[in-house]
Design a protein around this ligand. Structure first.
Ligand SMILES: *Cc1c(COP(=O)(O)O)cnc(C)c1O
Length: 725
């Protein structure tokens, strides 16, 4: 009788320890690129896991330690939990060789990476699209390689909007408040152990922000949040939405990101060796660093500017003119005025920093120009984008010829463990050299794909494709139910799409230059192609339009409403609320990834790189990364890499090329089967794509390039040319 309470106490204790171990895993986003930890969380409660957007903290909070402990016993999870905890601790305590040997000059002074959004996982919704996911992947690879690195962004309490379509197929936006206590965010503390807050003076009063920290592997990501006491009510809302509000909201957000970010680092005792401004949004940060030098070290403005520029690198992300932030000079003076006073510079000098022609009063203040002027080197994000950017900004260097414009390029890449399906990873594990993941940095490793049995690769791909179809059906039936449609319609949605049909994915922001509706250019011709009984083709679309982008919303509507057009027989479906989760399912399961932007407006694009890892073939306009990746044997090209001055003519030509490539190459190759039912030529192309492209377009390669060409030289190390391919 007396033994029982004691046993109970011991049990409770270990339940608490177990619970803490799970929380320890959940509080570092490291878990999100480790399949064994993801599966661990899923096994705790598969249904809630899905309902909670794969958020392990929210999931764990639904358990008491006792219930967690008994569930873990039932599912035999103890050793898996212990093993994962051990691996995370090892990861945190061990500095990888690459960073140790290649970043010595950085010493204790990390790279400070500023970005307006970070897309790391769907459960931390502070991103909208490509730029955010790229930043998230950059951070994860910096962690993986062991580059001394901190990241700075904003915490958007309502993130970007959630999308659903109304009965007319029109996009509706819904904003949800993120519960901070359900995220891995913690208050960032200074040396005194107190939570850090920062303040910024403007002509119209002070602006305050608190600072959160999120652990992404070995890297700390700091997020500023204006929702604090002391701020005026409208300022408390300032960081609530990503890319919401007007010009005034935007400049205040960017003031927080740049100036606030630099102040936060100072308050946290972090002294960066290099400042990386990822896109113009954070360019005010460089001005705050100049202010620090003038104030703390007594430098003149000119000397401080020169020194700070030596430490600063800038990345530009868009060849679309409207994509470059511009502000009215009055707004700039209102927000940067006090900083200008401390720098001792005139109004004209300040405005000149944001103008191509400093004296031109009619020019607005452009954040890209600030970034270019205050950095030692700048880069575009693909080779073609580099050429376009040099031309676009040549007038900033009027005495130089185009070849001498100091804008290089580092092509974007994706974080392999985040985007590679674990089923595919298991296949690679079986055929690649042991421990190949630790030598992911060696391009040669991927050539082993050619030794994989074609049938095995095809089978793995088809298993992933079936998972995608199950996901899409689940989503479509949920969409029908939400719209209050009949049980028959819900049931029909559960059965759409054919697992044997060629399946093509198209998902991205519905910005007009991405031409989501190019496929519908000639509906009759498309119908003929789709409805061949012997060789069916089906499309899965997804993507959000910016809330103010009416034409983008009309594209969505047009595509979504094809479900009412019986001629299409549900061969074109639209999945609502595109996010990292939807993207992951799509890029892991499609046969073909379609991308047809209006060249040369796609700076890089990264979603097609995610498809490569999982055996998807790209069918894309020769723009962005694909212009340098395509070699004729590793996917399909739309157009011939030329564009016409008239958009109308370009669109017609590209549409015709798209149809003929589908009809003459993609469909015949996919349906050309041997006696075993295998499409041998197709599988060969999958192997060429994986073997030749996976490493070149990975975020590890990208961060290595940044380190060698940008970070090390900016920290005073040996200069190395911007890589060109
Ligand atoms: C990868 C990704 C993107 C970027 O895709 P692009 O090819 O650049 O259009 C956008 N959104 C999400 C959710 C992603 O995961």
């Amino acid at each position: 009788m007396t033994a029982q309470p004691e046993a109970l106490t011991a049990g409770e204790l270990s339940a608490e320890v177990l619970y803490d171990k799970c929380m320890f895993l959940a509080r570092n986003l490291w878990w999100s690129w480790h399949p064994e930890v993801i599966n661990l969380f899923r096994d705790l409660d598969p249904i809630r896991w899905r309902q909670l957007d794969h958020n392990p903290i929210a999931l764990l909070k639904e358990f008491t330690p006792e219930r967690l402990s008994s569930r873990a016993a039932e599912m035999v999870l103890f050793s898996r939990i212990n093993g994962s905890v051990r691996r995370l601790k090892e990861y945190l305590n061990h500095k990888p060789n690459w960073g140790a040997t290649n970043t010595g000059v950085l010493g204790a002074k990390p790279v400070a990476y500023f970005s307006a959004e970070f897309g790391m996982h769907e459960s931390v919704p502070i991103y909208s699209g490509g730029l955010g996911v790229l930043s998230g992947d950059h951070v994860k690879s910096a962690s993986g390689l062991g580059v001394p690195f901190v990241a700075i962004g904003l915490f958007y309490g309502q993130g970007y909007f959630r999308q659903h379509l109304d009965d007319d197929g029109f996009q509706r936006e819904e904003y949800q408040h993120t519960k901070v206590e359900d995220t891995p965010l913690e208050p960032a503390r200074g040396a005194d152990g107190k939570p850090v807050t920062i303040q910024i003076d403007t002509r119209g009063g002070q602006l305050f922000a608190k600072v959160w920290v999120v652990h992404v592997g070995r890297v700390k990501l700091y997020l500023l949040d204006s929702n604090v006491e002391g701020n005026k009510p409208e300022d408390r809302e300032l960081t609530s939405r990503l890319y919401g509000g007007d010009e005034r909201t935007r400049i205040r957000q960017e003031l927080l990101l740049g100036v606030g970010g630099v102040k936060a680092l100072k308050a946290l005792g972090v002294t960066p060796g290099v400042y990386h401004l990822n896109e113009g949004h954070s360019a005010f940060g460089a001005m705050e660093v100049i202010r620090e030098r003038v104030h703390d070290d007594g430098l003149t403005f000119d000397d401080a500017l020169r020194e700070v520029a030596q430490q600063t690198v800038f990345t530009t992300h868009t060849p679309v003119p409207a994509g470059h932030d511009r502000f009215d000079c009055g707004l700039v003076e209102e927000h940067l005025g006090p900083l200008r006073d401390q720098l001792g510079i005139s109004y004209e000098q300040l405005m000149g920093l944001g103008r191509v022609e400093p004296q031109n009063e009619h020019e607005s203040f452009c954040m890209t120009v600030v970034g270019l002027k205050l950095s030692r080197s700048a880069n575009a994000v693909s080779s073609l984008h580099g050429q376009v950017s040099c031309r676009m900004w040549a007038h900033l260097w009027p005495r130089r010829v185009e070849e001498e414009i100091p804008i290089g390029h580092i092509t974007n890449g994706v974080h392999i463990p985040s985007w590679l399906a674990w089923q595919m990873q298991l296949l690679y594990d079986r055929h690649f050299p042991a421990k190949w993941t630790s030598s992911r940095g060696e391009p040669g490793v991927w050539q082993n794909i050619h030794h994989v049995d074609p049938g095995e690769l095809w089978e793995t791909h088809n298993a992933l494709k079936n998972l995608l179809l199950a996901f899409v059906r689940r989503r479509l039936s949920r969409q029908c139910r939400r719209r209050g449609e009949s049980e028959d319609a819900v049931e029909a949605a559960r059965n759409v799409l054919d697992p044997n049909a060629l399946t093509i994915g198209f998902a991205r922001r519905f910005a007009t230059y991405k031409r989501a509706s190019l496929l519908l250019f000639d509906v009759d011709r498309l119908l003929e192609t789709l409805n061949d009984r012997e060789r069916p083709v089906q499309f899965i679309f997804a993507g959000k339009a910016h809330p103010k982008d009416e034409p983008g919303k009309q594209f969505i509507q047009r595509i979504a409403n094809l479900r009412h057009d019986h001629r299409f027989e549900n061969r074109i479906v639209f999945v609502e609320d595109y996010d990292i989760n939807v993207c992951r399912h799509l890029v892991q399961g499609v046969d073909v990834w379609l991308n047809n932007p209006r060249r040369p407006l796609e700076a890089s694009g990264t979603s097609g790189q995610k498809a490569v890892l999982n055996g998807g073939l790209n069918l894309s306009v020769l723009d962005g990364w694909w212009a340098e990746a395509y070699d004729g044997s590793n996917g399909f090209a739309i157009g011939n890499g030329k564009q016409h001055v008239s958009d109308e003519i370009t669109d017609r030509r590209d549409a015709e090329s798209l149809y003929s490539v589908l009809e003459e190459r993609v469909i015949p190759t996919f349906y050309d089967r041997d006696v075993d039912g295998l499409p041998r030529k197709w599988i060969k192309m999958m192997m060429n794509s994986i073997g030749g492209l996976a490493w070149r377009f990975s975020a590890h390669r990208m961060v290595m390039d940044y380190t060698r060409a940008s970070y090390v030289p900016a920290a005073g190390g040996l200069s190395c040319d911007m890589p060109s391919r």
